[in-house]
Design a protein around this ligand. Sequence first.
Ligand SMILES: [Cu+2]
Length: 335
Amino acid sequence: MLSAAVVLAAAGTQPALALSSKTSIFSPASTPSQSIFSLSMFVFAITGGIFIVVAGLIAYAAVRFRQRPDDDGSEPPQVFGSNQIELSWTIIPVLIVVVLFLATARMIFAIQDAPKPAAALEVTVIGHQFWWEFRYPALHITTANELHVPVSSVETPRPTFLKLTSADVIHSFWIPRLAGKTDLVPNRINELWMDPHTAGMYEGQCAQFCGVEHAKMLLRVYVDTPEQFAAWVKQEQQPGTQNAAVSMGRQQFESQACVNCHTIAGTSAHGQFGPDLTHLASRRSIASGAAENTTENLERWIADPDLIKPESLMPSMHLTPDQVREITAYLNTLQ
Ligand SMILES: [Cu+2]
């Protein structure tokens, strides 16, 4: 208990360090992460208790039996084969391990077997080198890198159930404040759910080394109020709005190899290799959180992705500055 209290006290006195961090495991914001947090506090308490008892006994023995000036150098009486002592140091650790095992197993099954309510949102997450694809099959939405989910309250539970898989190598999906870390494995579907209690932005990171740009494979989850979420869904379901002022940019985009790797609904671009760009302008970051979505960053990205994310799987297309400007102006309209 003491160690748990110390950790909690430390977290409480230093909110700047522990609690305000967007990736702190010490401020869970949904049921699975809350269970994981409570279990880790329980484990901390038990192991902390053991540490205090063992360290205390060592300190006591060191002081109590230290060498004294009048010691005659002879050994104290030796004890051999005490059944009582041997039994206790076998049984107590076994009991502790059993308790830790049962508590962990119970929590894993409680999370895994949680029933899926009818109101649950389903999302398929596909890991790519080095970005995230999100598909909402029932809503016919495909987007990238920024996951939008509704807030889930006790009165109106609206959890999100994710199916995780990968298009290439193993990645790992981890948003510490919302759920446990789960791998995305090619040809396999892993599952994960979360029911975020408060709206806001939560951050995560690919947690399995997946190649050179692994460190720039960030994740954002926007937990929306029901109204915000409904508005987002409505917007995503429409084809990107386009106006005549950027038709040059659209022509440029469609005449380049961009269309082989990217999809923009309502155009000739149907590529699947890179992120869907239909609503690119509504995302706040590009390239999996490697840069904010500003005109300047977008131009740099399109001119040469290596400027932002060296060795990402998008090649430099060697466009002229005018082409870059026109394409960027067009992409900027894709709300
Ligand atoms: Cu990855």
